[in-house]
Design a protein around this ligand. Sequence first.
Ligand SMILES: *[C@@H]1O[C@H](CO)[C@@H](O)[C@H](O)[C@H]1NC(C)=O
Ligand SMILES: *[C@@H]1O[C@H](CO)[C@@H](O)[C@H](O)[C@H]1NC(C)=O
Ligand SMILES: *[C@@H]1O[C@H](CO)[C@@H](O)[C@H](O)[C@H]1NC(C)=O
Ligand SMILES: *[C@@H]1O[C@H](CO)[C@@H](O)[C@H](O)[C@H]1NC(C)=O
Ligand SMILES: *[C@@H]1O[C@H](CO)[C@@H](O)[C@H](O)[C@H]1NC(C)=O
Length: 281
Amino acid sequence: MASTFHIASVFTLIFSLPVLSHGWGTDGHYIVCQIAQQRLSDAAARAVNELLPDYAKGNLSSLCSWADHVKFMYPWSSELHYIDIADDSCTYNYSRDCKDKSGVQGRCVSGAIFNYTSQLRTHGNYNLTQALLFLSHFMGDIHQPLHVAHTSDKGGNTIDVQWYHKKTVLHHVWDDSIIDTAEDHFYGNEVDKYIDALQRNITGEWSSQIPKWQSCSGDKTTCPDIYASESISAACDWAYKGVTDGAVLEDEYFNTRLPIVDLRLAQAGVRLAATLNRIFS
Ligand SMILES: *[C@@H]1O[C@H](CO)[C@@H](O)[C@H](O)[C@H]1NC(C)=O
Ligand SMILES: *[C@@H]1O[C@H](CO)[C@@H](O)[C@H](O)[C@H]1NC(C)=O
Ligand SMILES: *[C@@H]1O[C@H](CO)[C@@H](O)[C@H](O)[C@H]1NC(C)=O
Ligand SMILES: *[C@@H]1O[C@H](CO)[C@@H](O)[C@H](O)[C@H]1NC(C)=O
Ligand SMILES: *[C@@H]1O[C@H](CO)[C@@H](O)[C@H](O)[C@H]1NC(C)=O
């Protein structure tokens, strides 16, 4: 018991150190996995529970940022968090765009979602705990518009902006700042209240759209190419729109972009659950 506890706390300590830019921040990934966890079928919940390491105590949400923490240990995985799109394009095409910097086909967040989905389905000769943690994380990342975004600005990582009074970069605004500001303004800094509000819209406002969010043409298990196309489109229409280097982003940007962040977090959670439910059906 004691040693398990220590390993778990050392793990938490080491891996809670701030990392430079990654997918949705810790809260974003936590929100996605909490939404997903509550929508799992009994069979999927059982399978997830069996795959999670003991120290997670059956709580997938506690490990949804794991893939960010292992980027240093597994350098090959760092290019699997995003997709680079040519600067003059606002569309996505798997065979044209899903590759890494050296041009290896399939090495992008969409290819990784296919990869880990298929490992879990076929009980491939891989570590399925890691497959589950990668899949749960990448399903979040692919819904963050600036994770399917332009090459030369590295998905907004090289666009300096000011978020209210703080200097940051546009990518970080979408990973963290909009979420943090929403929690601060509307949810008493409690991420769980934000999740409750999203849940209410999933069962209310958005309920008629859920079948469409979940659907995958031709009985596929998961449809990351659809999610990626939506992201680059939102990146062009909302994230980049009107933002130049050095821009000051305040209420106007926050109020108009928050609904997009709300939608993408909800879609990611719903689709992660739908994918896991199909994998373990
Ligand atoms: C799951 O883990 C998260 C993050 O570590 C924590 O905030 C949450 O309370 C946990 N949920 C349960 C049911 O233990
Ligand atoms: C996607 O890109 C490939 C390779 O560049 C091209 O052959 C194909 O026509 C494109 N598909 C669509 C739907 O544009
Ligand atoms: C697929 O998963 C394996 C095992 O984690 C990994 O070595 C490989 O790089 C992955 N490929 C992609 C495209 O995700
Ligand atoms: C699978 O990966 C998990 C998480 O990294 C690790 O704790 C576990 O020891 C691995 N299992 C095997 C059999 O290597
Ligand atoms: C829920 O939907 C209402 C009505 O469209 C909207 O005003 C609110 O911002 C939404 N909240 C979240 C968290 O999506």
